[in-house]
Design a protein around this ligand. Structure first.
Ligand SMILES: *Cc1c(COP(=O)(O)O)cnc(C)c1O
Ligand code: SF4
Length: 336
């Protein structure tokens, strides 16, 4: 069975025609049919969603593929584990208005949309109340007023969901509006889209992000080196040519990137295309993701070993988010 050819499709088509039926995923990837029933069960809690460009990077017939494991629903997700909860970051209390999370000094996170191009099984937002938290037309003015009124805010972070899932018109309007707020210096976008659907990086997008007053950074989310193929690489090159700083944040995941070899491959592959590692997060204790968890001591040991093998700038900061702290918490990684 050949995968459908979609290279000529627009990003909007690729975004709306994702694989969301477990039976189809399993058939397209030549995987055992016994995986279908458990996947259907687990997908009831958080749907399956895989875009075609990402699917094509998954090795057929390999149930242990590190990209497959990020998207395939498993029965383990339905098991309750003590300490793994729906809102591990207690973000609700830092929500001054709909669509705004203001937790850290100088930086405000805007929730542009609840939509994502891909559903990552470990995601800490799998239970987030997006419907109550989208920037609709009424919330837009409130958001701008909030940013204008607080001159300590120097950076706006577009988040989601995936902020690049919104239309170019909407992005252009936001960037224009933000550019008029004189105390804003930086714009940051947290997105997985340029990696999972590299077709999203269009000349229009490059124009919006590359040609504005704000210093613009794109923080990608890549967990495994196999996620970066040449098409992704070309999209990353185009972003760099548009003077956008490229960083990556990853999540340390059991069975996916929990080895020195995998982490080395990830960070070297990123830098091959000019992306610097930023954070490596330990898993947030979200309900349904406990099977991906790695104990801190093991995580610290992995990163210490990575440090002993790579230049400092290719080693991400091992970090976690602890509610009520003024920043992310960096875990010590001492090489003995
Ligand atoms: C992670 C996060 C940020 C950004 O933190 P940095 O350490 O600057 O990357 C900002 N706001 C919120 C709510 C966050 O969760
Ligand atoms: S918010 Fe990011 S990690 Fe979560 S499902 Fe969407 S793309 Fe994946």
């Amino acid at each position: 069975m050949n995968l459908p050819v979609t290279s000529l499709d627009s990003w909007q088509q690729l975004l709306s025609h994702t694989i969301d039926d477990p039976a189809e995923l399993i058939r397209l990837l030549d995987l055992p049919e016994t995986l279908v029933a458990p996947a259907r069960k687990a997908a009831k809690g958080f749907p399956l969603r895989v875009p075609m460009p990402y699917l094509r990077r998954i090795e057929k017939g390999n149930p242990d593929d590190p990209l497959l494991k990020q998207v395939l629903p498993l029965v383990a997700e339905t098991q309750k584990v003590t300490g793994f909860v729906a809102d591990p970051l207690s973000e609700a209390q830092y929500n001054p208005h709909q669509g705004i999370v203001h937790k850290y000094k100088g930086r405000v996170l805007l929730i542009m949309t609840g939509a994502c191009a891909i559903n990552c099984r470990y995601c800490f937002r799998r239970h987030f109340p997006y419907d109550e938290n989208r920037l609709g037309p009424e919330q837009w003015q409130t958001m701008l007023n909030y940013l204008r009124a607080d001159s300590s805010i120097e950076e706006v972070i577009l988040s989601g969901g995936d902020p690049l899932a919104v239309s170019d018109n909407r992005l252009q309007r936001l960037v224009n509006d933000l550019s008029t707020i004189s105390h804003l210096k930086r714009l940051r976008i947290h997105s997985r889209l340029p990696v999972v659907i590299p077709e999203r990086v269009t000349p229009e997008l490059l124009g919006i992000l590359g040609k504005n007053r704000l210093q613009t950074t794109l923080v990608l989310h890549v967990n495994h080196g196999n996620e970066i193929d040449d098409t992704v690489g070309r999209a990353l090159n185009a972003l760099r040519d548009a003077h956008i700083t490229l960083l990556n944040q990853a999540v340390l995941l059991r069975g996916i990137n929990d080895s020195v070899h995998a982490l080395k491959h990830l960070n070297e592959s990123l830098f091959d295309w000019g992306v610097l590692p930023y954070y490596l997060f330990v898993l947030d204790p979200v309900d349904g993701a406990a099977h991906f968890d790695i104990p801190d001591a093991e995580a610290q040991n992995l990163v210490a070993q990575l440090q002993a093998q790579l230049p400092g700038y290719l080693v991400p900061k091992l970090a976690r988010e602890i509610p009520d702290r003024p920043s992310k918490t960096v875990l010590p990684t001492v090489t003995s």
